[in-house]
Design a protein around this ligand. Structure first.
Ligand code: ATP
Ligand code: MG
Length: 145
């Protein structure tokens, strides 16, 4: 069993564009201090940022849980929100329901979920309409996938 070294949990709030991105930045700083490989950090930051933004843009409330073990980093982003009716479609590059306002802010390319999947060694997306969505991602520390 991998040994758990560090665990942190962060609250996420919908439409909180001012604070959006703060959690990814905090996690980045934490991993740098721990001397984690920069490629691994880059992947973790992509996963956290994209998932964080999705909660801010589409959900009501959420929690990002971050667990570092001696083998990998596990990230779970669980939200209460509208959920996703067709998970396969949401994972297609370019598919987006972003509003014009979100697109003006530079979001809504439909690349967040595909990027999370691409940067994960193990990835899962579960969603229930009217209940919420949970994204889980594991990134190995040795970068061997
Ligand atoms: N947590 C969520 N709750 C509800 N719907 C979501 C959630 N995350 C993603 N979606 C839906 O899946 C679509 C695709 O998400 P994805 O992150 O890939 O792209 P995007 O957010 O639209 O654009 P980008 O991430 O490039 O800014 C979203 O437009 C939205 O309809
Ligand atoms: Mg997105």
């Amino acid at each position: 069993m991998p040994e758990e070294l560090l665990s942190r949990s962060f609250d996420l709030h919908s439409h909180d564009f001012d604070k959006a991105g703060e959690i990814s930045t905090e996690i980045k700083g934490m991993l740098k201090e721990l001397g984690i490989d920069s490629q691994v950090i880059r992947r973790v930051v992509v996963v956290c940022f994209e998932a964080e933004m999705n909660v801010v843009m589409y959900a009501d409330e959420g929690t990002l849980t971050f667990v570092l073990t001696d083998e990998d980093i596990n990230i779970e982003i669980a939200d209460c929100g509208p959920g996703i009716a067709d998970v396969d479609q949401a994972l297609e590059e370019g598919w987006s329901t972003a509003t014009d306002e979100m697109r003006e802010m530079g979001f809504g390319f439909g690349m967040g979920l595909p990027n999370i999947r691409r940067n994960s060694d193990s990835f899962d997306l579960r969603s229930k309409v009217g209940v919420g969505t949970t994204v889980t991602s594991t990134i190995r520390l040795d970068g061997l996938g």
